[in-house]
Design a binder for this molecule. Structure first.
Ligand code: 3H9
Length: 678
């Protein structure tokens, strides 16, 4: 059966796409749409048209799998121009998510009706692109440049209600009566001149107030730093005000093609599929019966435990949080409430939502209250003996069939599981701090972790808005294990003469939010310090003894001013020089290129070892971990994809040049001229 069919409802032709899973606008769908319009135009009994989709969503965009291959006619622009050109009114009937090309289809229709739960957006920017089927030209003409900018440049979808408020949706219709309501709406438009988005005039706001674009750039500077597509998006929306529609579409086309053939979009498209691939667990049927998680227990109400708990509360899952001391429990619950209230103050939650989430929280001082939880996550002190004690105790209290998880960031899950009588129900759930915000969840698969336990954790991660990847049991799992060699090289290089601020700047220039020494200042140089100023064995001991505890005291590796701007500190240079002299390290100038190679190549090498040992299922999972947990710049695609673009032979040569070890898998791939991804 064809993916696009038509149905006649008296004088209305309904064009229906059925291209699961998300009605992506592949070649057959584009042709079907064009044929549908032709059918409507050639049939005198038809007076109006409705375009809708079967399945879970309206068109979710162009078919990304077709990108990079020769495009079959009609291209999306051509297909949807025919919708707009129709002299019979065309109504888009929207449910699910009208995204990217799907939103452009809706824009080319003369009218848009949507169910209340629908969302609309132009997320191309998240693929390193801008809309390429005239979306940047039609949207501002319908809603104005000011409302179009965030949609094109930031790419977050908006609700049907918001779309209605800005004029993108003409009518909100019944959640369960989309087709009938759309047909009725279409009938009302018969005989009226169809309004065409390409002829809209709302874009004039950008001409009246050209400062709009610079203001937008400034306001979103941090969010779009390093990315090429947002600037192209701003230029395209600006062009919608300055140029004729036809010239604007041409300009959009040029910008689109440049991005499409560039490295950033390739990297971001890789990431799109990587994130989805990471959900798949080798050897486990995705349809396996899951363990229902109706109630979650958290052990430890500190920063980590509280943050972890918030994920579940926000998703509407009741949480019992246990601490040993009343004061710590109260403090922990207070922090959770405060975090929610701050979110509400920023307008991202209502008061009712705050109270709703808090009402699902049960604070307790007794392990016994965890007995009926379906999943208990331990977030106590990072020490094997403590963890073992806790797990033995939990095993005796928590009901059989419940999952016991540790939030450890590097300890051996198998050893922890060994103290329980249910090792198959034990796994690691490594959240990243702040756990209510950071996207990444490393799911650590123990030797005996059962398939349904693992898949339950994976599905749950999506429910709480995390991006998850599975790791095997090894020290530091995927993320921290790869951080180690980078940190090690950073420390070695500053003893060899590299400026520590150069080390930070190299990573900043690469696209990381901060470098290791800035990070140390932010976290607190004194974390884990023995607090004896007389005992100076390491650089950190020396900094702490000198009162340089980090940003919180205004000085650490850097001196900080009131605005928290950093400047390298003479005192620190001196301390480093003394340490280097004591260690007999020869000082030399180290170039930024060398710094970059010595920071990043060993990470790739460690990634290769992780793959070699089967600790990650696939190279792209490593990219997912580093992008979501450690700020690796998305537009490079993650460490393994980036290494592919650098050329694995170059990575190997660089490692050898700097006297660093080369993993077998990396060496083999480089020799074979192959890649980690693809
Ligand atoms: C564009 O439109 C450019 C145009 O302006 C111009 C062109 C000239 N193509 O995410 P899910 C697959 S750019 C191909 O797990 P959810 C996905 O890989 C596009 N495949 O479901 C997955 O496959 P698998 C702009 C796609 O319910 C399966 O569908 N549009 C596409 O969590 C299910 O996806 C976007 O960027 C696609 N466009 O979320 C929207 N989309 O099962 C991208 C999905 O094998 N899509 N797949 O792993 C999304 O944001 C989400 O998929 C969506 C559903 C919200 C729709």
């Amino acid at each position: 059966m064809s993916v696009v069919t038509t149905e006649k409802h008296d004088n209305i032709l309904v064009i229906i796409s059925n291209n699961p899973p998300v009605n992506a606008l592949g070649a057959a769908v584009r042709k079907g749409l064009a044929d549908g319009v032709a059918e409507a135009l050639s049939d005198d009994s038809i007076e109006a048209v409705v375009v809708r989709c079967d399945g879970r969503t309206f068109f979710a965009g162009a078919d990304i799998t077709e990108f990079g291959k020769p495009m079959q006619d009609p291209n999306l622009g051509q297909a949807i121009d025919q919708l707009e050109a129709s002299n019979k009114p065309v109504v888009a009937a929207i449910h699910g998510t009208a995204l990217g090309g799907g939103c452009e289809v809706a824009l080319a229709c003369h009218y848009r009706v949507a169910v209340p739960s629908a969302k609309m957006g132009l997320p191309e920017v998240k693929l390193g692109l801008i809309p390429g089927a005239a979306g940047t030209q039609r949207l501002p003409r319908v809603v104005g440049a000011e409302a179009a900018l965030p949609m094109v440049v930031i790419g977050n979808p908006i609700s049907a209600k918001k779309a209605h408020a800005i004029g993108l949706v003409d009518q909100i219709v019944g959640e369960d009566s989309l087709t009938e309501d759309a047909i009725a709406f279409a009938r009302e438009q018969i005989g009226k001149a169809p309004p065409r988005s390409s002829e809209g005039t709302a874009n004039e706001d950008g001409i009246k107030n050209p400062a709009l674009f610079d203001e937008f750039r400034q306001k979103n500077g941090r969010k779009i730093r390093g990315f090429d597509a947002p600037e192209a998006g701003i230029q395209a929306v600006k062009a919608a005000g300055e140029l004729s529609y036809a010239d604007g579409v041409k300009k959009e086309g040029e910008l689109f093609m440049k991005l499409m053939t560039g490295t950033q979009s390739a990297a971001m498209r890789h990431y799109f599929f990587a994130e989805r691939a990471a959900n798949k667990i080798d050897g486990i049927d995705p349809k396996i019966d899951l363990i229902p998680i109706k109630k979650v227990g958290i052990l430890g109400a500190g920063t980590m435990g509280g943050g972890i708990g918030m994920n579940f509360l926000s998703a509407g899952i009741p949480v019992t949080i246990v601490e040993l001391k009343e004061e710590a429990l109260e403090r922990g619950v207070g922090v959770i409430r405060k975090n929610y209230e701050n979110t509400a103050k920023r307008g991202r939650m209502t008061e009712e939502q705050v109270e709703g989430a808090m009402s699902l929280l049960t604070p307790s001082l007794s392990y016994d209250d965890l007995a009926d939880c379906d999943l208990v996550i331990e977030a106590v002190f990072e020490n094997m003996d403590v963890k073992k004690e806790v797990f033995a105790k939990l095993d005796g209290i928590v009901k059989q069939g419940a999952i016991l998880a540790s939030n450890t960031s590097y300890l051996n899950i198998d050893e922890i599981a060994s103290v329980t009588k249910r090792p198959e129900y034990v796994l690691g759930l490594h959240f990243f701090s702040p756990a209510n915000i950071m996207k990444l969840l490393e799911i650590v698969r123990g030797e005996k972790t059962a398939d349904d336990v693992l898949m339950t954790a994976m599905k749950l991660s999506k429910k709480i808005g995390k991006v998850a990847a599975v790791s095997g049991v090894c020290p530091g799992f995927i993320g921290n294990r790869m951080l180690s060699p980078r940190q090690e090289q950073a420390n070695i290089m500053i003893m060899e003469g590299a400026n520590y601020w150069d080390v930070d700047d190299v990573l900043l220039d690469f696209g990381f939010p901060m470098g290791p020494f800035q990070m140390s200042d932010l976290a607190g140089v004194d974390i884990g310090w023995h607090r004896d100023p007389e005992r100076i064995e390491t650089l950190r001991d020396a900094l702490c003894a000198a009162g340089r505890w980090g940003q919180k005291v205004g000085k650490g590796f850097y001196d900080y001013n009131e605005a928290r701007q950093r400047t390298p500190a003479d005192e620190v240079k001196q301390i480093i020089a003394e340490f280097a002299a004591k260690a007999g390290k020869e000082q030399r100038e180290i170039s930024k290129d060398e710094i970059r190679e010595r920071l990043l190549y060993p990470m790739v090498n460690e990634g290769a070892k992780i793959l070699e040992e089967g600790m990650a299922q696939r190279a792209s999972d490593i990219d997912v971990v580093w992008i979501n947990g450690y700020g690796w710049p998305l537009y490079t695609g993650g460490p393994m994809f980036w290494a592919d673009t650098v050329g694995l032979d170059n990575v190997v040569a660089g490692l050898k040049k700097h006297g660093l070890p080369v993993a077998k898998l990396l060496e083999e791939k480089a020799a074979a001229g192959s890649k980690f991804n693809g």
